[in-house]
Design a protein around this ligand. Sequence first.
Ligand code: NAD
Length: 264
Amino acid sequence: MIQRSLEGRTALVTGSTSGIGLAIAQRLARDGATVCLHGLGDAAQIKAAISAASSGSGPQPGHFGGDLADPGAAQSLIDEVARTVGSIDILVNSAGIQHVCPVTEFSLERWNAVLAVNVTAAFLTIQRALPAMLERNWGRIINIASVSGYVGVPHKAAYAVSKHGLLGLTKVVSSETARTGVTCNAVCPAWVLTPLVERQIEARAARDGVSFATAATELVSASVPSGQFVKPEQVAGLVSFLCSPDADEVRGVGWNIDGGRLAR
Ligand code: NAD
């Protein structure tokens, strides 16, 4: 039986027009939350995301735009959701971008873009959403970090810095809210087969002259002990747990979901 344990809660999932964020939005909607989608995309992609995240019985998810590379957009996003749907109880920062390039060739423009979307936007959404959570003495903040929050994978300088930073931000916010009903945690997946990773597999396939399927298998088996991709739905399941009463005292963790990647 499906437990609609988040009924009455409002959730904003940034970067939920695609990939992991979309799976999280679907799961939180299934758990009964009123879900606010956010992210880039054309009208067809946004329509498809709304339809995918509609739980059938709950309210239809709304979509909010805003390019998170712009600090003003991150703040306006929180204000717009609060104005049109209500105060945010669950904030999931999932929007993220990647740029793969040796550090000697990494442009400042790309560096700034990755940091802006992956960590500065999370700082700004948390800063804006937290006061209302504290007023109600309940809230969940979940940052989608990465195993790159713990290790330095070659050619991912800005991404690694952003995810290490996101884990630091998670711990600070958790410390500042420790005596309240608000928790802040991070989830750290290894490879998840989404558009963000598909682009990296395509580049690998072109470089090695192999098929997409071969490049995908090689990518995962090179670094993940289980040899498996993490499924977006599995990340969403962990987020759902972190929103549950059982996780009331889970605070400030960076929770690996990585096929054993960081145990090696
Ligand atoms: P994705 O490309 O499928 O989705 C990214 C989402 O972020 C989209 O909704 C997109 O519209 C949004 N977004 C990107 N740039 C934006 C901007 N400037 N303004 C507003 N929204 C923007 O990627 P994904 O794999 O689902 O990644 C989601 C999160 O998970 C990211 O933070 C990523 O770093 C993290 N992550 C992914 C993997 C993986 O293997 N896919 C592993 C670990 C962590």
